[in-house]
Design a protein around this ligand. Structure first.
Ligand SMILES: Cc1cc2nc3c(=O)[nH]c(=O)nc-3n(C[C@H](O)[C@H](O)[C@H](O)COP(=O)(O)OP(=O)(O)OC[C@H]3O[C@@H](n4cnc5c(N)ncnc54)[C@H](O)[C@@H]3O)c2cc1C
Length: 379
């Protein structure tokens, strides 16, 4: 990372916490709108991507597994500023229409039509070569005055003399938070934090917009997925990309869908999107939950893969690559309205797929919130 000189800190015009689609999309969209200031992107993960990241492996350099979102879903073809951000990615071949076959599976293990789910209703795209290629390209489009710091989870925030200050030496005039980890009480139990970082940085009654936003965020429920990743030996072509369970089958098996990702060497990556059973997730309970999810999901696969005999036969040989917990700020009931996306008095804003608009809870919502906020910040 390049540090800016002339200060004991490294000072930025804007800090963005999170380099998923929303964070990288915001940085790229700000540049398209003519924003020339310095941007600091702070991301807990090892690279850009968030829930649209692709898993790599040290022991197999060609391996890339889309272990979160397997595609970018839109409710309608991108329009306006969203199209301005998206279309160059299409033109460069970094995204392509997703032509992967989607099938449905019912509770008796029979193939049926895929369920009527918002993620499957409109146009779908796929990152090339992987989903992570898109946030990577957006980060690149954000230009050389954007600096990324990866592998550091921000747990403490403070606001001092008009500056947002973070652990380490960085500070920024304005802050955008993607994901709502720093604003939602769920982080307290899950991460063992003592208080909600944004609330302790800006006390109650200082910024009425932020007070209203934090109140609404606290009412949101989070949805959790436990994604089991498996490596299968070489498998035949003509396999579907996504196997969606019907709602009855989801209830029976505790699984939403199965995603297949063919590798360059024809091996197959398989990701089971496991549903949460509501057990409390804490730093102490998580290791046990990961183990029980893996056992449960592997058992369910013995039934669910029967329509694909080659996969069912290869299952005992499939190598486990572990379970990934996605603690999503995916909104279920209460998206944050765009009117509360920017809280002027404390110079803090929100971005992500949990902000109101068509496409919330999916890639479209993350990117739409990014272009909307970029417009608000530059107009
Ligand atoms: C299993 C799964 C399947 C999905 N399937 C689909 C699909 O089929 N189609 C579709 O369109 N969408 C799908 N989605 C949703 C899609 O992935 C998201 O809508 C989109 O990726 C959200 O982007 P975002 O930037 O808003 O959030 P995120 O990708 O969650 O990005 C937020 C980033 O902020 C970082 N962060 C948060 N707090 C901190 C902190 N304190 N310090 C540092 N970094 C922090 C996180 O590490 C993360 O990288 C799926 C999601 C999941 C989990």
């Amino acid at each position: 990372m390049t540090l800016l000189a002339d200060s004991p800190h490294s000072d930025f015009d804007l800090a963005v916490i999170g380099a998923g689609l929303a964070g990288t999309g915001l940085a790229a969209s700000l540049r398209q709108a003519g924003f020339d200031g310095t941007i600091l992107l702070l991301e807990a993960g090892r690279g850009p991507g968030g829930r649209a990241a692709s898993r790599r492996r040290r022991d197999d350099l060609l391996w890339r597994l889309d272990h979160g979102a397997p595609c970018f879903s839109f409710s309608q073809p991108p329009k306006g500023r969203l199209a301005e951000l998206w279309n160059p990615l299409l033109e460069k071949g970094i995204v392509q229409p997703d032509r992967g076959i989607v099938v449905g599976l019912n509770e008796t293990g029979c193939l049926v039509d895929p369920p009527d789910h918002p993620l499957l209703q409109g146009p779908r795209f796929r990152g090339v070569p992987t989903m992570a290629s898109v946030p990577e390209a957006l980060l690149q489009a954000a230009g050389s005055k954007t600096h990324g710091v990866f592998g550091e989870r921000i747990s403490g925030l403070s606001r001092e003399n008009g500056w947002w200050c973070f652990s380490g030496q960085h500070r920024a005039r304005s802050l955008v938070v993607t994901g709502n980890l720093l604003a939602h009480p769920r982080s307290l139990a899950m991460l063992g934090w003592r208080d909600v970082p944004l609330r302790s940085a800006v006390p109650l009654n200082v910024d009425p917009f932020l007070d209203a936003a934090l109140e609404q965020i606290a009412e949101m429920r989070a949805s959790v997925r436990w994604n089991l990743m498996l490596e299968f030996p070489r498998c035949a072509d003509h396999l579907p990309r996504q196997i969606w369970l019907t709602s009855e089958a989801q209830e029976t098996f505790g699984i939403e869908r199965i995603v297949l990702h063919r590798q360059q060497d024809q091996k197959l990556g398989l990701v089971v999107h496991g549903l949460d059973d509501g057990s409390p997730i804490t730093p102490d309970s998580q290791p046990g939950l990961l183990v029980s999810q893996e056992l449960r999901q592997r058992k369910a696969l013995t039934e669910l893969l029967l329509p694909w005999p080659e996969l069912a036969q290869a299952l005992p040989l499939a190598r486990s690559l572990g379970v990934m917990r996605w603690g999503a700020s995916q909104p279920l009931d209460y998206p944050l309205p765009t009117s509360l996306q920017w809280c002027g008095p404390s110079a803090v804003g929100f971005c992500g797929d949990w902000i109101a608009g068509p496409g919330f809870g999916m890639a479209e919502g993350a990117l739409q919130s990014a272009v909307d906020l970029a417009a608000q910040l530059t107009e």
